[in-house]
Design a protein around this ligand. Sequence first.
Ligand code: NZQ
Ligand code: ZN
Length: 389
Amino acid sequence: MDDFVFHNTTKIIFGRGAESRVGAEVKAFASKVLLHYGGGSIKKSGLFDRVAASLKAAGVSIVELGGVAPNPRLALVREGIKICREQKVGLILAVGGGSVIDSGKAIAVGVPYKGDVWDFYSEAASPKENLPVGTVLTIPAAGSEASNGSVITKEEGQLKRPCNSEFNYPRFSILNPELAFTLPKNQVANGIADIMAHLMERYFTNSRPVELTDRLIEATLRTVIDVAPRVLRKHDDYDAWAELMWSGTVAHNNLLNTGRDGDWASHDIEHELSGIYDVAHGAGLAVVFPAWMKHVYKHDLARFVQFAVRVWAVDQSFFSPERTALEGIARLEAFWASLGLAIRLPGIGIGPERIEEMASKCTKGESSAVGHFVSLGKAEVSAILRLAL
Ligand code: NZQ
Ligand code: ZN
């Protein structure tokens, strides 16, 4: 097991009606918030009104900033920073999914910073302070509600880039599985693909031994595989949503990569798809991850066999090790397809035209590599994207 420090500072408040506690949670930090949200789902569902009522009851005043797009943009982040400075906002309250939360995290690190907030995403600087962030989660997916990450798209150059920093952990996150009942089926499937991808990025590691975290990741994957069809079949199955929502947080709050390194090439490659084509992150991962697996499985056949046997219950007595590994990948593809996800690039509207450009951007013009399990240069990234056609 690798040495590690685990220090996740996000307080989780989980359960039915939990958003009614938001006013009291915010009040511990500030009496004026930026209420940050997306394209309007929270207004339609009535969540906005409930959150506003709780804030008002706690004596917290609200500055509103909606309009966060999936694949959140830098321009709105800059607007948010300006508003927070002018209005002397004390906390960013992000009510929505990963896009809203990431945009809120970017505003929070940008407010006290004298330079341009993009510096944190271009790796020119790293955050040293921020405004506190609280979240009310509406979709189990990105795991941003308890992660140290934030991913923002710079319109100029179509660059989608992450910033990882301990300052990105929200101070609190409110998780009420009932809030997911209004999700459209395609967003549910995208979220499931992302949760599974976070688990698999961590699973494919060269660190040894990693018995406990292997088992924890496998258990979380199996839970997601079990409940995914249930939430799609019955949109208000609270128990299934509760399992899925907590899985989404556990998948990405860094507990499951304690003592091990992860890969993350599939995420880096997917960010190029979202940056150029504006596809949903989970939809992009459903295409990239199986292709990545087919490209790298020979690097550690035994690990892919273990994945097939323990996660997908492949009976290895019928198959050679290589066939077992490939069967595991095939079952992942079949599972994602059963949720309505496309598993090839044309299914998400992407052809071969810009593969070289994406591979080049992903590897910073060939000057760097992606992936820790297997290090990939531009040629390998292109090969993976071609496998996904
Ligand atoms: O904008 P609204 O109207 O709210 O609609 C959203 C949006 O259109 C809708 N939605 C969310 N909750 C809903 C709902 N519709 C009805 N009922 C609800 N309860 O769903 C759509 C997608 O929302 P979004 O926030 O984009 O989804 P997700 O949570 O998947 O976030 C994706 C973003 O997170 C980043 C991705 O790259 C992507 O930009 N990620 C962030 C990570 C992190 N910070 O740690 C890690 C991830 O790997 C990921 O990269
Ligand atoms: Zn992800």
